[in-house]
Design a protein around this ligand. Structure first.
Ligand SMILES: Nc1ncnc2c1ncn2[C@@H]1O[C@H](COP(=O)(O)OP(=O)(O)OP(=O)(O)O)[C@@H](O)[C@H]1O
Ligand SMILES: [Mg+2]
Length: 243
């Protein structure tokens, strides 16, 4: 589905140049759940911004569904991004004054045309993340985990084939984090490709493949024999809590 070939990214120029990515190579097949791990400052967010067509690399090639992304103009790149990619960030980036439903509908406002059944789709997306009874709540009336679930529903509203999540559990307690991961695992089982960025091994263990980013490149790759199942872990966390 997507391929990075020698992707490089530097900030600044001359003696001030910081080379963050020096040559990143990997592929992701449609339907995979891939985690990218690395220490703080190794360039994970930089990498994710390029994956999400939010930033351009200083070198290399990015192919998405066979298309050489950065050979196209900005409008085409935004159109690709809006059509194919859903984003989930560590900070939820919700509008505080808007309801959960209005937050979820936001990407449709930027789409080519606003669908007639937008509200129905928004409600369905919120139901998909377990928030059917919270659609009219504002972010400050929701827990952190619930806010992140609104953000996932917002990512789903355009029906993207690829979901990019950058430290989506970074601001959450363990149980709320597992809920988020269990939703990502469910979306993956339903056929969406997921790329999850994390510095937390316990989170990365839910992916079917883990890439380690180090020194500006993919340093190594592991495949857990059986990825952890967040749903099962949640059940045991809840049992433990009930004792
Ligand atoms: N706009 C920018 N201008 C200059 N340097 C930048 C810019 N954005 C990021 N960097 C530098 O690039 C490096 C990688 O940053 P990045 O945010 O990608 O790391 P990260 O792996 O996501 O870290 P964290 O785990 O803390 O989120 C850092 O050294 C950072 O200072
Ligand atoms: Mg980061």
């Amino acid at each position: 589905m997507l391929e990075f070939v020698d992707i490089a990214k530097s900030y600044g120029a001359g003696p001030m140049e910081t080379r963050v990515l020096t040559g990143v190579n990997f592929q992701v097949t449609r339907g995979e759940f891939v985690a990218i791990m690395g220490a703080s400052g190794t360039g994970k967010t930089t990498l994710m911004n390029i994956l999400g067509c939010l930033d351009t690399p200083t070198g290399g090639t990015y192919r998405l569904d066979g298309m050489d992304v950065f050979q196209h103009d900005d409008d085409t790149i935004s159109a690709i991004r809006n059509r194919k990619i859903g984003f989930v960030f560590q900070q939820f980036h919700l509008l505080e004054r808007a309801s959960a439903l209005d937050n979820v509908l936001l990407p449709l406002i930027y789409a080519d045309h606003y669908p007639k059944d937008a509200e129905k789709r928004g409600a369905a997306a919120l139901k998909e993340v377990g928030l059917r009874d919270r659609i009219h709540y504002r972010p400050n009336q929701l827990s952190g985990g619930q806010q992140q679930r609104v953000a996932i529903a917002r990512a789903l509203i355009t029906d993207p084939a690829l979901i990019l999540a950058d430290e989506p559990t970074g601001n959450l307690d363990r149980a709320s984090g597992l809920e988020i991961i269990s939703i990502l695992q469910k979306l993956n089982r339903e056929g969406r490709t997921v790329v999850l960025i994390t510095h937390d091994q316990a989170i990365a263990d839910h992916a079917s493949r883990v890439l380690i980013l180090q020194d500006g490149r993919i340093h190594s790759e592991t495949r857990p024999q059986t990825p952890l199942n967040a749903e099962e872990e949640l059940a045991s966390v809840r049992e433990g809590g009930a004792q």
